[in-house]
Ligand binder design. Structure first.
Ligand code: GDP
Length: 195
């Protein structure tokens, strides 16, 4: 997809702030510092639309990005940041996320970003299970592909699938924000959920 328009519409904390044009939505989730902002920015050819920062204590909001007046990317707060207090962690799992994922009927797909170098963490597993609990289709992106040798790709992807105990209907694609590898495949997968 050629992205001509990409702009933030609202940073929402509750349902009454969500846009109501009924456009399809694709949510983006991942551990803090996993490469989520780099993924979005590379996908839509922007240098810094989604801020590449993962400072703890940052306001936790759902950021709705209008893409081509066609659909929304919804950036959800990163999780699992080691230095975030227990109280903030509990807040993360609280009402805002529950409200969004349980109520949002325009949500078509959630992209869950993991690091291809490492086995998915317990937090990644919890996130995947949380999404499946609400019966939301998930595309797992194994990013930082440039950081592992080619002959290890298959093994690492299989480890992602088995650790998350992924549903057969869900897919995993590898990606690099450094080299753009995988970008076309990601867009052709997302296209099916936008139309
Ligand atoms: P976020 O907190 O999930 O939004 O993570 P960022 O997008 O800010 O990325 C965290 C760090 O990982 C930054 O230093 C990025 O430059 C780096 N990074 C993100 N994606 C990639 C990638 O595909 N390859 C490499 N080599 N580095 C990446």
């Amino acid at each position: 997809m050629k992205v001509n328009k990409a702009e933030i519409v609202i940073s929402a904390v509750s349902e009454k702030q969500y846009p109501n044009d009924k456009w399809p939505e694709i949510a983006l989730a991942g551990r803090s510092n996993v490469g989520k902002s780099s993924f979005i920015n590379k996908l839509i050819n922007r240098k810094n639309l989604a801020r590449t920062s993962s400072k703890p204590g940052k306001t936790q909001t759902l950021n709705f990005y209008n893409i081509n007046d066609l659909f929304y990317f919804v950036d959800v707060p990163g999780y699992g940041y080691a230095k975030v207090s227990k109280k903030e962690r509990e807040k993360w799992g609280g009402n805002m996320m529950e409200e969004y994922f349980s109520l949002r009927d325009t949500l078509r797909l959630t992209v869950l970003i993991v690091d291809i170098r490492h086995q998915p963490t317990e937090d990644d597993r919890l996130m995947y299970d949380f999404l499946k609990h609400y019966e939301i289709p998930v595309l797992v992106i194994a990013t930082k592909l440039d950081k592992i040798p080619k002959n290890k790709r298959d093994t690492h992807l299989k480890r992602v699938i088995s650790t998350l105990e992924m549903d057969e209907d869900d897919a995993v694609l590898s990606f690099s924000a450094e080299t753009s590898e995988g970008k076309e495949e990601v867009w052709s997968y997302l296209d099916n959920f936008i139309k």
